[in-house]
Write a protein of this length. Structure first.
Length: 110
């Protein structure tokens, strides 16, 4: 999993999703804490998330996402599963969307 970012929630069935799904305020708090604690530039998160979304549709972009995550201190090479780590891409894309929403709402400075 990406270091310094909230982990994805494991879901096994619909009932588990309904019972264990975190509320958006909790996730926003985790993202904000990570940004502040580790001095992460929110725009780096947003750019990485956009790259991750593109890599989901274009596998050739995946190495660039890995390089960007590693060079910005958001993940280590060992954090990525062999092949294309779609779970990691989803985490980056989700965190980016949350950070973008937080900037738009004034909860976070870009």
């Amino acid at each position: 999993m990406p270091k310094n970012l909230p982990p994805p929630q494991e879901k096994s069935n619909i009932g588990a999703v309904q019972q264990s799904e975190p509320d958006i305020d909790s996730v926003k708090e985790q993202v904000l804490t990570a940004i502040n604690e580790f001095n992460i530039n929110p725009m780096v998160l947003i750019n990485l998330g956009q790259m991750a979304e593109q890599a989901i549709g274009n596998k050739a972009l995946y190495p660039m996402v890995q390089d960007a995550a590693i060079s910005n201190g958001l993940a280590d090479k060992e954090d990525f599963k062999p092949g294309i780590d779609y779970q990691m891409l989803a985490v980056f894309a989700t965190v980016a969307r949350i950070a973008k929403q937080m900037i738009q709402s004034g909860e976070l400075r870009g």
